[in-house]
Design a protein around this ligand. Structure first.
Ligand SMILES: *Cc1c(COP(=O)(O)O)cnc(C)c1O
Length: 492
């Protein structure tokens, strides 16, 4: 078949808009940078929550045109449609759920990573990208206290990291599909729901799932764990997995890891620790004390997009015996023969330690901030959050009408207001809604001990003492205003 040279040239010309010239790139970058700077300079006054305006969201429904669009309206649609509506996790006055942050240097890392686009799945393809990831995993393993045998993976988030750990555990414990119903795993009512999801996706959702009771501080009751294990063994079940939390999402409680590790070792169970929220605190001396025992567990998860302040999109899993992780994930294909296999230890391809093959080059967004700011800046920011939580707890404890939960293990404080009269649950719902709608700060609620409670989670990198003082002020004045109304529990 003759080649139609004219047609090829015409197609190349039509696709030219995909390749801006150096001059056009400069203009684009300037405009995007102006957008980013506008955002960053407004951070101090931006609401922590903005009720969505349907007109803003509708800007994003505009169909894609065949012709290139000018940049200004495109960026304006982004600003109105995406920057504004909903919660704003980047502001230091955000205390809801588990706060995100977004480090500027991480954004630059993402930019460079996308421009250079190294293939970060296989060592042969980009040995440098892989070396950088291994360096980061080793850095985390070192501050956790994991041995040289550990291996891990940078994932898209905590849920996927936990899935990876559960699949590794299932494989290492040789849990066969036909035996699943006779096996047992041990959780608590405070275990993050992504563990249930991971068990289901890993094909072991039909195992017996025991919820071990909690103590008064919402930590796993180890005596109850031992009793349940004994009962289950007597009943012919096969226990294989314990999931402990190093910082639960609701209250930040850290399960008694040394005692649980003793039980797991004695009973030959895989012990996984969910440190998606809390494990990064091990970078600090105080945190390492609070998280003692984490170095003994079989696998753990830490979310850099929470505790290391990265923009969303980065989780991390570590497995103490790295060989187990490799065994769970090493598969190969004929077309991969040029890559020389998946390597070993420090050269192990991410694809051989992960469900992914082609993947985002996630390392640079963490490597760059660590290099540019230095580790001590991270350590100080994390220690500050631990202290701020204690400070908030102390301030709330003195306020009339408030019932404050336990002194925080990490950086989450739970509390509620108990009005003189009326339904306390409805009151606290209204209180949270009022605070959220006000927008100066954002906090969220949960259910604990059958009650609605408010929770203040301190983890945003921009949260300092003045933001916490403002939170106390907003909470106090909103509760007082609401309590002064006879019909406080009725809608406005
Ligand atoms: C956030 C969180 C998860 C889930 O992590 P994602 O990154 O949101 O997928 C799991 N466990 C705990 C304790 C968490 O706080």
């Amino acid at each position: 078949m003759p080649i139609d040279a004219d047609k090829l040239a015409a197609l190349e010309a039509r696709a030219a808009a995909l390749h801006p010239s150096a001059e056009e790139r400069g203009e684009l970058l300037t405009a995007v940078n102006e957008r980013a700077e506008d955002y960053l300079t407004r951070l101090g006054t931006m609401p922590a929550y903005t009720t969505p305006d349907p007109a803003d969201l509708a800007l994003l429904d505009e169909p894609f045109g065949d012709e290139p669009a000018p940049l200004d309206p495109v960026l304006a649609a982004y600003a109105r449609g995406v920057e504004r509506p909903g919660v704003n996790e980047t502001v230091g006055r955000f205390f809801g759920f588990i706060p995100g942050s977004g480090l500027y240097a991480a954004a630059l890392g993402d930019y460079l990573a996308a421009v250079t686009n190294p293939y970060a799945g296989v060592t042969y393809a980009s040995p440098g990208a892989v070396r950088m990831e291994r360096r980061l995993l080793r850095w985390v393993a070192d501050f956790i206290g994991y041995p040289e045998s550990a291996a891990g993976d940078l994932t898209s988030g905590g849920s996927i990291a936990i899935l990876s750990a559960i699949v590794t555990a299932r494989q290492a414990c040789a849990v066969r599909a036909r035996d699943v119903e006779r096996t047992a795993v041990y959780l608590t009512a405070q275990t993050h729901h992504c563990v249930d999801k991971a068990l289901a996706i890993a094909g072991v959702g039909e195992c017996v799932q025991r919820r071990i009771p909690l103590d008064a501080r919402y930590r796993m009751d180890v005596a109850a764990l031992e009793a349940q294990l004994a009962q289950d063994r007597a009943d012919g079940l096969r226990p294989w997995l314990v999931v402990a939390s190093a910082g639960t999402t609701d209250t930040g409680a850290v399960d008694p890891l040394p005692a649980i590790a003793d039980v797991a070792e004695r009973e030959r169970l895989w012990l996984h620790v969910d440190g998606a929220y809390g494990a990064a605190f091990a970078l600090t001396e105080d945190g390492r004390r609070r998280l003692a025992g984490m170095e003994r567990v079989d696998s753990l998860v830490l979310d850099p997009h929470k505790g290391l302040f990265l923009p969303f999109g980065t989780g991390l899993v570590l497995v103490r015996d790295g060989e187990k992780l490799r065994q769970a994930y090493t598969y190969t294909a004929n077309y991969m023969q040029d890559t020389g296999g998946f390597g070993e230890a420090m050269e192990l391809s991410p694809a051989a330690a992960s469900p992914e093959l082609s993947r985002h080059f996630r390392a640079l967004r963490l490597w760059l901030p660590l290099k540019l700011a230095g580790v001590d800046a991270f350590r100080a920011a994390l220690e500050e959050k631990l202290l701020l939580a204690r400070y908030f707890h102390a301030r709330m404890t003195g306020l009339p009408g408030f019932e404050v939960g336990p002194e925080p293990d990490l950086s989450i404080v739970v509390f509620r207001y108990v009005p003189e009269e009326g339904d306390a649950d409805a009151f606290n719902r209204r209180l949270a809604e009022r605070i959220q709608a006000d927008g100066r700060i954002y906090l969220s609620t949960t259910r604990l001990g059958g009650h609605n409670v408010l929770r203040l989670a301190i983890l945003n990198v921009r949260t300092h003492r003045r933001e916490v003082d403002l939170a106390v002020e907003v909470i106090r004045e909103t509760a007082a205003a609401l309590d002064a109304r006879a019909d406080a529990s009725a809608p406005d």
